[in-house]
Ligand binder design. Sequence first.
Ligand SMILES: O=C(O)CCCC[C@@H]1SC[C@@H]2NC(=O)N[C@@H]21
Length: 248
Amino acid sequence: MSTEPGWPEGYDRIVLRTVDSTNAEAARLAPELGRPTWIMAEEQQAGRGRRGTVWRMPAGNLAASLILRPTGTAGWAALRSFMAANALYETLALYVDRTRLGLKWPNDVLLDGGKVAGILLEAAGSGGAVDWLIVGVGVNLAAVPDGVTDAAFPPICLADAGARATPEDFLLRLAGFYATEESILEQLGFQPIREKWLRGAARLGEEITARTPQGETRGRFRIIDEAGRLVLETPQGEVRIAAAEVFF
Ligand SMILES: O=C(O)CCCC[C@@H]1SC[C@@H]2NC(=O)N[C@@H]21
């Protein structure tokens, strides 16, 4: 049990020197854990990104995964990506002015228009129920990873934006903000979380493009709905999108 001042009550923490992927380690440990647990590693050798990509982590960046046993449906569990994004936004706002931050649907955090943090949700369960959920977060704190060629949202790190944070300090604050999001979901549901996410959203009300394997949809980013879907106003009418890559 972690007793560090500021660490949220009811959450445990494991700090590893090195690991393949904190998400993979979280999946291995999940069956044994009785409480929500953050797993952080100083070095991650085979970090996983969304859509099967590799997540590179130079020394001094944060790699951490939270293991949860959420109640409810898989769709309800998946709302944690917005909660993690909100918690990342609040944590980053302790270091840089929040006007420099933006949330990109569904779960990237931008700083000065570049990607500073990513979220990878992985779950296991059967019959529509979720046994455990892993919320993996990677934050470029100290350095920009090599070899990332995302021209639309090039990686950026907090240090290059003029702010310093150690992974330990950042996680302490992130875990606190995340625990607050869980309390809000439990007591008030998704609505306040959605409103908060929308306050930080990049390009709300503007034209954006959502790319899926079926093609591209361009429209005005109106809102995210009660299930976290992206709502675009297009010349053909309103379109709700459950999964896509977004471009500005
Ligand atoms: O592609 C993305 O944007 C998501 C990146 C998520 C990376 C983090 S680092 C900690 C955790 N462990 C992993 O293997 N991936 C996530």
